[in-house]
Design a protein around this ligand. Sequence first.
Ligand code: SF4
Length: 339
Amino acid sequence: MRPQDFSEAGLSSLPKEKLIALVKEMKAKRNAVILAHNYQEGPIQEAADFVGDSLKLAQHALKVEQPLILFCGVHFMAETAAMLCPEKKVLVPDLAAGCSLADMVIPSQVRAWKKEHPGGVVVCYINTSAAVKAECDYCCTSANGLEVIEAIPREKEIFFVPDYYLGSYLKAKSGRPIEVWKGYCPAHAVINPGEIEHLQEAYPEAEFLMHPECGCLTKQMDLADRILSTDGMIRYVKDSPSSAFIVATENGILYRMRKENPGKTFLPASEHAACHHMQRNTLEKVFRSLVRLEYEVTVEPEIARRAVICINRMMEVTGKPEIIPLSEDWILEAANDFR
Ligand code: SF4
């Protein structure tokens, strides 16, 4: 290709298969690995080496041998990979691909709660910035949130940030008086009970799968056949004997579900459940990122050190402490730091 063909317009004019082949070629030249979130567009998933949810991607980042990771997801996910793999270079295709939910809480708000609640425990969803994680005691995902809450002594006050719906779900399931921050994901908040009821009437045989970030969760928790993380959904639809599913999460996940289960029907709970941050990443930007080696994501070492302690406590609770190797200093720090 001539240099001018690497422009956005030049790359967009190529057939997707050709561009996927070019990305793979460039990836090999750069000795890079591409990790893509389940919500990424189909062509990015096709070019990726591994597709999964934010936790699986972070765990996978730890296993890869390549010195360069191109992370196709949103900024906090790339930060997690950068913190866990300080010896690797982590790139993202578009620095503006953030997370509206993660942006809804900032470190000073967590510090303020801790000041008012000495001895309280702060649990953060993995969808938070590294700076927020550094202020929190435990991290959790939608898959292991309940396990994390149940590992905290019952007499401790708990503050959950930033997702109100996941926090409310954990509060209901654990029966604990958790204080919940009122953040939300706009892509999940648009999923409304009315649309789901119509779909259930039209497809009575379909199983209804819901992600706990959904805005309708508090009202429809009992109506969902399953409340699952994105990787949980991917696994579930493969094993379930059902042939149709109503899927309440960001619609990018439908690409992988349909590809891996060609005989089954997947219906989005809302046509509007799209994350504009995830959609900022395109295959054209992925290619350019590999060519120009941009945009690098780094985390200030002191923030990384504290944030990894918070992530590692989650790993310990879920019985996978081997996933994040900590230096002895960090383990000692974690023990001293725990309140
Ligand atoms: S779908 Fe929501 S929670 Fe996920 S990255 Fe987008 S804004 Fe954040």
